[in-house]
Design a binder for this molecule. Structure first.
Ligand SMILES: [Zn+2]
Length: 274
């Protein structure tokens, strides 16, 4: 049913549900990336200093006076797999808004929402409404999906080139491959990327039993697979747009080389979603 491919995009920890741990957060965006609001329940609200050293290490640049909120479910993407986290707000009926600046996932599947309160911190059990920054999510999804498209173009053009790294951060987006690529390869890659966008292929998400590849790190024995038009097969925990045409134009910015690794830098136009 699925073909073996020599590379996969991203290294986000992939988890289907919280069946193994009562504390694990149910990550709803993995199943429905269109969610922008969600009502859920607070599990905990803690100061950053009360976190374990390992958990504090997940958020090095967050001010120490900030807080961390965990909830039963989340629609916030946690930074990983080369994609930045969502930002947004969490509100309750009490006059408090929690502004989420960073989301990270712990190895045991809890989503830590880092940020600051406008008022009194939430208490456990409180009902809250999550809202993510939709235009930022859309932009990140387009950048991430563009990475898959560049990857598929490379796979179709140069199947022998092994992908070693992916980065889908704004202004840094790139895919890295073993071996040497040159500026002369740029028009060829650009042409194939343009063709894949023009074809408006569907991005399909599926779940398979078992762990895929060396870095397949699903916790419950299932792995999330992203595929473009059925042409490739990549374990991936990121967020995508539904069709390649929705990415808009992708520009192959430059090709650079270092120590036998070639980097294909790319970009998409920001704010195309309005
Ligand atoms: Zn992906």
């Amino acid at each position: 049913m699925v073909s073996q491919t020599p590379w996969y995009l991203g290294s986000a920890i992939i988890k289907a549900s919280s069946k193994s741990s009562t504390e694990a957060t149910e990550a709803l965006y993995l199943h429905d990336a269109t969610l922008r609001d969600l009502t859920t329940e607070v599990i905990s609200s803690r100061s950053i200093t009360s976190l374990s050293e390992e958990e504090q290490g997940l958020a090095k640049n967050v001010p120490v006076e900030n807080f961390v909120v965990t909830m039963r479910q989340t629609i916030f993407y946690a930074q990983g797999g080369g994609q930045p986290s969502d930002t947004g707000t969490i509100r309750s009926e009490q006059p408090a808004t929690f502004e989420v600046t960073l989301v990270r996932k712990t190895p045991d599947g809890r989503y830590l929402h880092f940020g600051k309160y406008s008022d009194t911190p939430f208490t456990a059990g409180r009902q809250v409404v999550q809202r993510i920054d939709g235009s930022k999510r859309d932009y990140h999804s387009r950048l991430h999906t563009a990475g898959h498209i560049v990857g598929l173009a490379m796979q179709l053009l140069m199947p022998e080139k092994k992908k070693v790294k992916a980065n889908h951060f704004p202004r840094e987006a790139s895919m890295e491959y073993e071996g040497l690529l040159y500026n002369e390869d740029k028009p060829t890659i650009q042409g194939k990327v343009d063709e894949l966008v023009r074809q408006d292929l569907a991005i399909q998400i599926s779940w398979v039993e078992g762990e895929e590849g060396e870095e397949g790190r699903s916790h419950d024995g299932r792995t999330r697979i992203a595929s473009i038009g059925g042409l490739d097969h990549n374990p991936c925990g990121g967020t995508h747009v539904p069709r390649t045409g929705m990415v808009g134009s992708i520009v192959i910015r430059k090709i650079s080389r270092q120590k036998g690794i070639s980097r294909v830098s790319y970009d998409v136009s920001p704010g195309i979603e309005g």
